[in-house]
Write a protein that binds this ligand. Structure first.
Ligand SMILES: NC(=O)c1ccc[n+]([C@@H]2O[C@H](COP(=O)([O-])OP(=O)(O)OC[C@H]3O[C@@H](n4cnc5c(N)ncnc54)[C@H](OP(=O)(O)O)[C@@H]3O)[C@@H](O)[C@H]2O)c1
Length: 192
């Protein structure tokens, strides 16, 4: 079975969006800077990290807000964030219609991860969205945390590491890639 990994771009003050994220501003107001390393400022080192993730992912798990903000003309077109890679979406109320690549899960994160792993086989289940990662951590199902640390302080928005509870989560640093773009790609294994 493959690993379960969250990979998100995060500001130095811990936000994965700027304030007021929405369909108009999926990364919040001023949050576009978080993804410049993917596009306009991408260096060879950034592209290698991105390609490694694209090659390794077998399924994606996200929350409903990420879906609502980015589906279709919000940015993903006819597919999901990684084209035709199957995507599982945590929600309390599935939409009436959606592109074929999406499966909606209403019975919790453990069920969603099991379904995603069944599809992904030996490949990675990639988590997008903060709440999916927090819930996977809480139930002991998150193996890897990959943070693309962007040199900006956003001051508000969605925090990646919120609602973690009182007990420390121990990590082992696995890799650091200093990309010339200014982004530092950090990868940690979760100790369980
Ligand atoms: N910086 C990056 O790299 C990056 C990457 C991806 C996304 N993002 C951004 O991050 C933001 C989304 O993060 P988020 O954490 O606020 O939201 P999210 O995880 O995308 O979605 C949260 C929603 O998912 C549903 N949900 C979550 N857990 C559930 C469960 N166990 N059972 C049923 N439904 C559940 C609920 O919606 P319902 O109750 O409405 O169903 C909940 O409000 C978006 O703005 C997105 O654009 C940033």
């Amino acid at each position: 079975m493959g690993t379960v990994a969250v990979g998100m771009s995060m500001s130095l003050d811990g936000f994965v969006t700027g304030p007021h994220d929405s369909r108009k501003y999926p990364l919040g107001e001023g949050g576009e800077v978080l993804h410049e390393w993917l596009w306009s400022k991408a260096t060879a080192a950034d592209q290698a990290v991105l390609q490694e993730m694209a090659d390794g992912v077998g399924a994606i798990l996200m929350g409903r807000r990420s879906y609502d903000f980015c589906v279709g003309d919000g940015g993903w077109g006819d597919g999901g964030p990684a084209g035709d890679v199957p995507c599982f979406v945590l929600t309390h109320k599935p939409p009436a219609e959606s592109p074929d690549v999406f499966t909606f899960v209403t019975d919790g994160v453990e069920s969603a991860i099991a379904q995603a792993q069944a599809v992904a086989g030996d490949k990675t289940v990639g988590l997008h969205g903060a709440t999916a990662a927090q819930q996977a951590l809480a139930v002991g199902l998150l193996d890897v945390i990959q943070v693309h640390l962007v040199p900006v302080l956003l001051g508000g928005g969605v925090r990646l590491f919120d609602l973690l509870g009182a007990d420390p989560v121990n990590l082992v640093r696995d890799r650091v890639v200093e990309a010339g773009s200014g982004v530092t790609h950090l990868r940690y294994n979760v100790v369980r």
